[in-house]
Design a binder for this molecule. Structure first.
Ligand code: R5P
Length: 300
């Protein structure tokens, strides 16, 4: 594959892994802030006529968005054939409707802004809830990489008798797949969010599985509240051994301290956002996603 990869700030580890899997080279560039905070960038290699794959780590997205847009526009100005974005964590998927009068539906606005500067998108398990398909909001082709096979493989290697627990109704899409790959039972909780750090959770009767290791599987850890409440509910029903696996390790504010207090036996995440808890490498699956997207574009 002849695409060049450009690592946005924070995405260097993933970009390096992808270069290996795709047999591609990194496009060197210089990025810094002017004293007033504006972005300066300069592409140091030749990208004319080439596909350029921007690799972006998009946690805390607001400060990363303009550098990404400028990088996309600069490589296009310099003659790139196509500009592809790999954003293993895709932000701005949760405000997907107007819950209260006057709110902005930022999932739609963000998708529109991004679609204006790229030709294709590869991401991992975007938070699809009221939006069922990225094509509803992104106007460029996208390829969604599912983490479930890699998560199931990790659980198979580390847990003998798991009970897979989904924290809320949305989680059934990946929890069901993981449980079926493991031939393990699963349960789905009901969650009602009352605020950023306030929620109610109902857990079905799981007392029959007290001898199993409860493995909570969620797509995102943000404040840690969902997982912390879930652990409480499981303990109330007598499940002592509880661990958690998540895809996108945002860990906002005091999330880690909140989760430490729960006594989880272990907490692991995938490497879509760099964090000490990363133990599930998705780079090979993401590389396949890039290959598929590019060949799809070639055939159109
Ligand atoms: C939301 O519905 C997601 O699937 C996660 O459960 C949620 O983003 C986790 O957020 P927090 O860690 O703040 O509870």
């Amino acid at each position: 594959m002849t695409a060049l990869l450009l690592a946005l700030p924070g995405a260097e580890p993933m970009a390096t892994e992808l270069c290996g899997h795709l047999n591609s080279a990194l496009l060197k560039w210089e990025f810094r802030r002017f004293p007033d905070g504006e972005s300066y960038l300069r592409i140091l290699g030749d990208c004319a006529g080439q596909d350029v794959v921007l690799v972006a780590e998009m946690s805390q997205p607001d400060e990363k968005f303009l550098p990404l847009v400028f990088a996309a526009q600069t490589v296009r100005d310099l003659g790139a054939k196509r500009v592809i974005l790999v954003a293993p964590y895709l932000p701005y998927m949760r405000q997907d409707t107007r819950f209260r009068r006057g709110e902005g539906v930022t999932a739609r606005y963000f998708a529109r802004l991004l679609s204006a500067v790229i030709d294709g998108l590869v991401t991992v398990d975007p938070h699809l809830h009221r939006i069922h398909d990225l094509a509803e909001v992104y106007t460029v082709p996208s390829n969604v990489v599912g983490s479930a096979p890699a998560v199931a493989e990790w659980i198979a290697r580390h847990v003998v008798h798991p009970l897979i627990v989904g924290p809320d109704e949305e989680s059934e899409q990946w929890v069901g797949e993981i449980a079926s790959a493991l031939d393990a039972p699963y349960v789905i909780q009901r969650k009602r969010r009352l605020g950023d750090r306030a929620l109610e959770i109902d857990l079905p009767d799981v007392s029959a599985w007290r001898d199993r290791t409860a493995v909570l599987v969620d797509d995102i850890i943000s404040t840690g509240t969902t997982l912390a409440r879930s652990v409480e509910r499981l303990r109330q029903q007598g499940l002592e051994d509880v661990m958690a696996v998540a895809v996108h390790a945002l860990f906002c504010g005091d999330a880690l301290a909140t989760l430490d207090r729960t006594g989880l036996s272990s907490l692991v995440t995938a490497n879509t956002v760099v964090h000490a808890s990363n133990d599930i490498d998705l780079s090979r699956l993401i590389a396949e996603g890039v290959r598929e997207l590019l060949s799809g574009l070639d055939n159109n």
